[in-house]
Design a protein around this ligand. Structure first.
Ligand code: G6P
Length: 611
């Protein structure tokens, strides 16, 4: 989604702002802008498109004396991408940048128009800046005006404000959207994502819901939404990430795909440090929760939702626990019938997805056993607000299309399912050596990456296609869904996933020589047999078949298909982890053939912090 950075310093701030925006650009890239204070005046520069365009424009200004400033990279919600709609927005002496959505902005806009304010844009942010400007006229301080704003605005927002007449300060307010303060030496920073400040500081203050903060060179003063002075602890974190470096790779997506063997191993060891068992990883708090859990409700969005679907299969097949999975934006508005022996589980890479957070907040009122999060970001809102959490160790994921975060989420969930199954003494687990399952997983993923050569050879077949069909059964069906999502996201080819048995109930009508069909062949003998008869229906209709298959099964699979062979797995439940890899590579190489912007696909954003 959008990104915010800001700085209060004695040194020039423009380079920091531009570099900060580049680090956040993966979150939104429709337009960008900065506003800085110089000689008690605000200079604002905005441009359409990438941060590089803004950087070129900024170069023409002399801003050497500007040491306080805010900046924004936008993913358009209210109003098309344009210079007028780009942030920062100004009103009199003040300028603001804003993430999130102010839902009652139209009503507020009418009132402000009556007060004589003129609007240049169609954004909710311009309404916010005029509202705050108006509130300042009747407030004793900017903090008081921002508190009035927070009591009036509906929706989710993180706002940073500068005032040319208070040239040594910056103000921030947050509710529902993330905002962090980085503590520096004789300077302080703000950002919507702590990762963008990791190269500057290891000290962060995470603001809570409704907080307002006044930031100077050496002070950070925080008030809660009642206006009371509050203390927010400084968190120490080492978040050094080299965003600028893609290494030998042309795209972050490919770099992140190839990081998977390493981050899978790190994720395994996060819960099971070398030499320790899964049983040892279960804390007393987990054990108490596991003892009460008879059902699981999973909620997530996007790729994380697909992980939820895989996990549900595992919960049921391995632990014998009935599991429901819901898309967060649906869950939050649906009446929920909750049994009091149900564990509520969210899955999120960022931990800041607005719908997932809203679902968690609703769940907290519904009498679940506990709320648990599987997340990649330690200090995210989701982790902070859940009763317990399990962290993945994917590291920063920059490419909008999720790859390593997706895979590590599955690893953590498999560990969680196995831990719960062991705790329950699940008979389904009999004979399964849980530690052995993970022993060479990372090598298997490394081997699965070797399918890249086969994938490169078939990517051209997809280049001119408009549609593709992905088939899977059982726990490979969600992997088919993820494969279809990836192809859509970065190659702009319409793709759908079906459980293969459903083929003849509709999608078969679409199959001809122009519809490539990608299928994953299950380990389960019965499912494989059923799948083969489903696939015969495709071949009979002239469909082009691509089969992802484990090398141990390949000799038994004699249909006319292009085979993509993945390493033989130890256990059928590990299949989602390796079969997923060639599908990631397929979407990458098809997008590459088509010359698309792989890391920043059109209309999408990495972290969706609005509803
Ligand atoms: C966006 C991203 C997806 C991600 C989804 C959920 O749509 O582009 O890659 O799966 O949000 O995000 P989360 O951070 O909650 O996993």
């Amino acid at each position: 989604m959008c990104g915010i950075v800001g700085k209060v310093s004695t040194k020039p701030c423009v380079e920091f702002l531009i570099n900060g925006l580049k680090r956040l650009e993966y979150r939104g890239y429709d337009s960008a802008g900065i506003a800085v204070i110089q000689n008690n005046e605000i200079t604002r520069i905005r441009s359409l498109g990438k941060v590089a365009n803004l950087e070129a424009e900024v170069a023409a200004f002399d801003l050497e004396k500007a040491s306080v400033g805010i900046a924004h990279t936008r993913w358009a919600t209210h109003g098309e991408p344009s210079v007028e709609n780009a942030h920062p927005h100004k009103s009199g002496n003040i300028a603001i940048v804003h993430n999130g959505i102010i839902e009652n902005y139209l009503e507020l806009r009418k009132e402000l128009e009556k007060e004589g304010y003129n609007f240049e844009s169609t954004t909710d942010t311009e309404v916010a800046v005029h509202f705050i400007h108006h509130a300042l006229k009747t407030s004793k301080s900017p903090v008081e005006a921002l508190l009035k704003a927070s009591r009036t605005f509906h929706g989710a927002y993180a706002i940073a404000m500068i005032d040319s007449q208070i040239a040594d300060k910056m103000y921030v307010i947050r509710s529902g959207s993330p905002l962090v303060i980085g503590v520096g030496e004789n300077e302080n920073y703000i950002s919507s994502d702590s990762l963008s400040l990791g190269h500057l500081t290891e000290e962060f203050i995470y603001l809570e819901e409704g907080d307002v903060a006044e930031i100077t060179l050496n002070t950070i003063t925080v008030y809660n939404n009642e206006g009371d002075l509050v203390k927010r602890e400084i968190q120490h974190e080492n978040l050094q990430v080299d965003h600028a470096d893609k290494g030998d790779f042309d795209h972050y997506m490919l770099k992140e795909i190839y990081e998977q063997p390493h981050v899978v191993q790190t994720t395994i060891e996060r819960l099971m440090p070398q030499g320790s068992t899964l049983a040892q990883a279960v804390s007393r708090q987990h054990a108490a929760i596991f003892s009460k859990t008879k059902r699981v409700q999973i909620v997530a969005c996007g790729s994380s939702y697909h992980v939820g679907l895989v996990a549900a299969e595992w919960f049921e097949q391995i632990a014998g626990i009935a599991t429901k999975v819901d898309i967060a934006s649906e869950y939050r508005y649906r009446r929920q019938m909750v049994d009091n022996d149900t564990l509520f589980l969210t899955i999120s890479q960022s931990g800041e997805t607005a719908d997932t957070l809203a679902a968690l907040r609703k769940a907290q009122t519904l009498g679940y056993v506990a709320t648990m999060a599987v997340c990649n970001v330690a200090h995210s809102s989701l982790v902070r607000e859940s009763d317990v959490s399990f962290l993945t160790a994917a590291g920063a994921e920059v490419s909008v299309a999720s790859t390593k975060a997706f895979t590590t989420q599955m690893v953590t969930l498999l560990q969680l399912v196995l831990a719960l199954a062991m705790h329950r003494g699940a008979p389904e687990l009999k004979g399964v050596d849980t530690e052995l399952l993970f022993a060479d997983l990372s090598e298997h993923i490394e081997l699965a990456l070797k399918t890249a050569e086969q994938i490169k050879n078939i990517a051209g077949d997809f280049k001119d296609k408009n549609h593709a069909l992905f088939l899977g059964r059982g726990e490979l069906f969600p992997i088919a869904m993820e494969g279809a999502l990836k192809l859509k996201e970065i190659s702009y080819i319409h793709a759908e996933a079906y459980p293969a048995g459903e083929l003849k109930h509709g999608p078969l009508a679409l199959v001809d020589e122009n519809m490539p069909v990608i299928t994953m062949i299950n380990h389960d003998e019965l499912l494989m047999e059923k799948l083969i008869s489903n696939l015969n229906e495709v071949i009979t209709r002239g469909g082009k078949l691509y089969a992802i298959i484990d090398e141990a099964l390949a000799p038994k699979f004699n249909l006319p298909a292009k085979k993509i062979i993945v390493p033989a797995i130890k256990h059928e439940h590990l299949a989602p982890l390796t079969y997923n890899i060639p599908l990631q590579l397929l979407s990458y190489y098809v997008a590459l053939e088509k010359g698309e912007n792989i890391d920043q696909p059109r209309n999408l954003a990495k972290s969706v912090t609005v509803e």
